[in-house]
Write a protein that binds this ligand. Structure first.
Ligand code: PLP
Length: 370
């Protein structure tokens, strides 16, 4: 089976992890954590980095620390992972969803202003599968309506919008370093911001609101959302070769794109202002051929190719329906690509021969049709 993702740990990972083991710095203090936070923040063009245990928590911590009043509305794309919406509901806020674009699969920014009400406090753009959201209109709306922008950059490490790194544009940005990400630490995440006071609050909430002056005196309820020195050691080693990794991802995408041309499928795009890192190489099958992503995935699995379906939109999630959200919401692009889209093996360890094999199998199945 060609796995949908396989991490590549062939740099200084083992050396740095061994250093943690030899020195005993295996927990949430140690030099690699600070170094990783500082280097990742600097790479993305932000001042402060607060490493946490995963990307879901990075989002939850960011929304919590921003301290919006209950019932505040936060606008996000429906086409994203549940982590984004649950970060909003767990803080007592209301998720308001918009549709995505049919080609970049990112939030359709032309729909955002219509969704703004007197209760709106923030917008959460989510860069999808390696391609940036069109951020200028979002930042314009933030300025015009006094809103906070929480960028979810989990899927776009190294991607750029008009020459700026994704995750370095909004007021706060969140990352995941799960094993399938471009920088992979196993589990892990980070929040970035330029706002010093917010950074302090994030650090405090991450670590049970212990206080410097009197450690076991607590003014607020915090969490244990800590990241470890061992994870940071892996992250730093990965960060040392991020440019190489991004180039490999882009080469992988070029190979897929040239092999999958002229089929009844939509392939990833790259807007003129974007640097797409093709975190996962997705495709959307034309409905006209009567084949959906579930069936294609089943056939590819039989041929030894693992895939993943696209996200099911937030507005279609039973859990949110039960909570009373999204009663009359219908978002045609999100609903269609959720059923017609999947992504192909895209991990860093994939070989050119494996990509050729995947292309051959996809071509065969699509030409065979239903
Ligand atoms: C856009 C996005 N945000 C957040 C997350 C959550 O990250 P984690 O799996 O580290 O909790 C993911 C995970 O893949 C993601 O794709």
């Amino acid at each position: 089976m060609i796995p949908v993702n396989e991490p590549l740990l062939n740099g200084n990972e083992l050396k740095y992890v061994s250093e943690c083991v030899k020195t005993g710095w295996i927990s949430s203090a140690g030099k690699f954590i600070t170094e990783f936070e500082e280097n990742w923040a600097a790479y993305c063009g932000m001042k402060h980095g607060i490493a946490v245990c995963n990307g879901t928590i990075a989002l939850e911590l960011a929304v919590e620390a921003l301290g919006f009043p209950r019932e505040s509305e936060i606008i996000l794309p429906s086409f994203t992972i549940i982590s984004c919406a649950q970060a909003i509901t767990k803080s007592g806020c209301v998720p308001v969803v918009v549709d995505c674009e049919p080609d970049t699969w990112c939030m359709d920014v032309s729909q955002v202003e219509k969704a703004i009400t007197a209760k709106t406090k923030a917008i959460m753009p989510v860069h999808i599968y390696g391609h940036p959201v069109d951020m200028d209109p979002i930042m314009g709306l933030a300025e015009k309506h006094g809103l906070i922008i929480i960028e979810d950059a989990a899927e776009v490490h190294g991607a750029e919008y008009k020459g700026k790194k994704c995750g370095g544009i909004g007021h706060v940005s969140c990352f995941s370093f799960f094993a399938n990400k471009i920088i992979a630490t196993g589990e892990g995440g980070m929040v970035l911001t330029d706002d010093e006071m917010l950074a302090e609050k994030l650090r405090s909430y991450r670590n049970l609101c212990f206080q410097d002056k009197q450690r076991f005196l607590h003014e607020e309820i915090g969490h244990n959302y800590r990241f470890t020195n061992v994870q940071a050691a892996i992250g730093l080693a990965q960060l040392e070769r991020i440019e190489e990794t991004v180039e490999r991802k882009r080469a992988m995408a070029r190979k897929y794109t040239s092999g999958l041309r002229e089929l009844p499928i939509r392939l990833p795009v790259e807007r003129p202002w974007a640097k797409n890192v093709y975190w996962m190489y997705g495709l959307v099958i034309d409905e006209k051929i009567g084949l959906d992503a579930k069936e294609l995935a089943k056939r590819l699995r039989t041929a030894g190719v693992e895939t993943r379906p696209f996200f099911l939109g937030i507005h279609e999630q039973p859990v949110f329906k039960k909570m009373g959200f999204f009663k009359d919401v219908s978002l045609p692009v999100t609903e269609r690509i959720a059923r017609q889209g999947l992504y192909l093996p895209s991990g860093q360890a994939i070989t050119d021969e494996q990509i050729d094999y995947v292309i051959e199998q996809v071509r065969r199945e699509l030409l065979r049709g239903t």
